[in-house]
Structures are given as structure tokens and as C-alpha cells.
Design a protein around this ligand. Structure first.
Ligand code: NAG
Ligand code: NAG
Ligand code: NAG
Ligand code: NAG
Length: 274
């Protein structure tokens, strides 16, 4: 009789291990207080019978460090497994709300984490040259001054640093700073050497240092921290941004106006004779 009992027990334990305590392992397959549930399972109930512990899998991404030895509820799923990060801690049941497991969010592509015991940004990009993940940075991309795609596994190569004098942001191709500009410290952008009145502000889209509309001069020749590269066009003259290097290249407003009149007349004539 005792032999038969132990024999049945062994079979029970074996088949339970095979079932890996995954989803609602049937009561007949487990033992009260047995330590055969995986850590990603919670024990739902125990009783004094040999066939007792019921385990169900914790919600995706959550688990516990050690299988609980006493019956409990979802709040026993109080850690986040590797490659998840915690957004809210597990909560035991109150009179008002049912128990909840730790809320675990899968790490973004190309990042990983070890197990998490508290909320925070525990996922790290594989690439050491990626922007750290945060509230506002939810994807792994190269940081300023590094180009290419982020590493897709630990230890593999990804973002590459730009050569001196070249800028890059969000992993874009490295580009040398425009004439008359200097690289900023993080190599994510440049700044025009002359930023005084009349000069345009450097932008990654244009990567050019020039005079604003209504000014003339050669902003590409500006030495570091210089001023006065660009001068207002003479009275009654105009220029398009970057078009006038000398005062004589600012066009007179009346000339512009008469040109406008001339083309308007031609246009009207064409319209009439059609
Ligand atoms: C778990 O198993 C019990 C019986 O052992 C059953 O009554 C219950 O509905 C099952 N729960 C789920 C979620 O499958
Ligand atoms: C503007 O300055 C740059 C740099 O000194 C020079 O190479 C270029 O020839 C100048 N342009 C003109 C039109 O003077
Ligand atoms: C602008 O500044 C950079 C860095 O300070 C320098 O290398 C470059 O020669 C300057 N440009 C001009 C036209 O002087
Ligand atoms: C330009 O100004 C900045 C800040 O004021 C300073 O750190 C830098 O050394 C200056 N560069 C030159 C070439 O004077």
C-alpha cells in the first residue's frame, strides 16, 4: 500500500515537472508544499492532502524569484522576468480591488534586461553607443555623433563614431560641418562661427552658414566667435538669403518692383490674347 502510494507520487511529480507547472497544473499532479513549480508560477491553493498545490503561470513577463511556499494570489507575481521592465508593482487584494501582478513591459527591440524588482527603465540597448532608454526614448537609436544601426545583440557592432568635424544625429550618415561652422561637443550638430545679427542659424537640414534675407556678406568666411559677417542691404535694396556677398548684389526694390510689373503685363497680355 505504502509502496503503491510512493510509486504514484513519483509518477505524479514526474508528469508535473514535464507539465512545467505552466498553466493551471491539475491538482492531481502536484503536492502540497512541493518545490517543483517553476519560478514563473504562482501557487493558488494548498490543502493537507498529498494532491494539493495548484499553480498557474504568472501574467506574461511577471514571475517570482522563488516559488511561493504558501497559497496566495496574483500579487505573488512580484518581479519582472529578464527582457521585461516593471511599470507597476504587484498589489495584494484590498476590499475594493482584486490582487494584481507586477505590470511588466517587454524591452524594446535591440535591448535587454535582467530581472526587475521595482519599476524603472531596466531595459538597456545592446549598443553602448545608443541613447539610453527613458520615458521619451522608447527605441534604441545611435546617440549624437554616431552613425548606423544599433547592435542587434550583446557584443555585436552597431553605431560607429563620426570622424572629427563631422556630425550625425539619430544614426544618420556622418556629414562634415559646413564652411564657416564648428562642430558641437557631442558631434550631433554644428554652429555657425558667426551667430551675430544677419546670419542664419545653422540647421541639420541645410548645413549652411549664410546671410539672412536682406543682408549681404560671406558668412562661410567667419572665424570662430566672430561677428559682423553680414551687413544690412543698402536702403531700398533687398536680397534673398545667402544670395548677396557684396552690397552691389542686393537688388533695388524699385528694380524688383518694375520687374514684377513687367512680368505682370506680359502675363496679362498672354492671358488676353489667348
Ligand atoms: C484550473 O483547474 C480547476 C480544476 O482543477 C478548474 O476548476 C479551473 O477552472 C481551472 N482554471 C483555469 C484558468 O483553467
Ligand atoms: C567666401 O569665403 C570663403 C572662405 O574664406 C571663400 O572660399 C570664398 O571664395 C568666399 N566667397 C566670395 C564670393 O568671396
Ligand atoms: C570655424 O570654426 C572652426 C572651429 O573653430 C574652424 O576649424 C574653422 O576654420 C572656422 N572657419 C573659418 C572660415 O574660419
Ligand atoms: C568661442 O567661444 C566659446 C564660448 O564663449 C569658447 O569656449 C571658445 O574657446 C571660443 N573659441 C575661440 C576659437 O575663441
Amino acid at each position: 500500500m505504502i509502496f503503491l502510494f510512493i510509486f504514484t507520487l513519483q509518477i505524479g511529480i514526474q508528469s508535473f515537472v514535464q507539465a512545467q507547472c505552466a498553466i493551471n497544473a491539475s491538482a492531481t499532479q502536484s503536492l502540497a508544499g512541493a518545490t517543483i513549480c517553476l519560478s514563473s508560477a504562482i501557487q493558488l491553493s494548498t490543502n493537507n492532502q498529498p494532491q494539493a498545490a495548484q499553480c498557474i503561470a504568472c501574467p506574461t513577463g511577471s514571475g517570482n524569484i522563488q516559488r511561493p511556499s504558501i497559497a496566495g494570489d496574483l500579487s505573488q507575481c512580484n518581479i519582472c522576468l529578464a527582457n521585461y521592465q516593471m511599470t507597476a508593482i504587484a498589489q495584494p487584494a484590498t476590499q475594493m480591488i482584486p490582487a494584481s501582478a507586477a505590470q511588466c513591459q517587454a524591452c524594446p527591440a535591440n535591448s535587454y534586461s535582467l530581472l526587475s524588482v521595482s519599476p524603472g527603465y531596466d531595459c538597456q540597448c545592446y549598443d553602448q553607443y545608443a541613447i539610453p532608454l527613458s520615458d521619451t526614448q522608447t527605441q534604441c537609436i545611435c546617440k549624437n555623433g554616431y552613425s548606423g544601426n544599433v547592435a542587434t545583440s550583446l557584443g555585436s557592432l552597431g553605431c560607429k563614431q563620426c570622424a572629427p568635424g563631422q556630425f550625425s544625429s539619430s544614426g544618420s550618415v556622418c556629414v562634415p560641418c559646413a564652411a564657416g561652422s564648428s562642430i558641437n561637443l557631442d558631434q550631433g550638430s554644428c554652429a555657425c562661427n558667426d551667430s551675430s545679427t544677419g546670419t542664419t542659424i545653422w540647421s541639420p537640414d541645410t548645413n549652411v552658414c549664410q546671410c539672412q534675407a536682406g543682408y549681404y556678406g560671406n558668412a562661410t568666411a567667419a572665424a570662430p566667435n566672430s561677428t559682423g559677417s553680414c551687413t544690412s542691404c543698402p536702403i531700398n535694396t533687398l536680397s534673398k538669403a545667402g544670395s548677396a556677398l557684396k552690397a552691389s548684389q542686393c537688388t533695388s526694390i524699385s528694380a524688383t518692383f518694375s520687374l514684377f510689373i513687367k512680368y505682370s503685363i506680359i502675363y496679362i497680355l498672354i492671358f488676353i490674347f489667348n
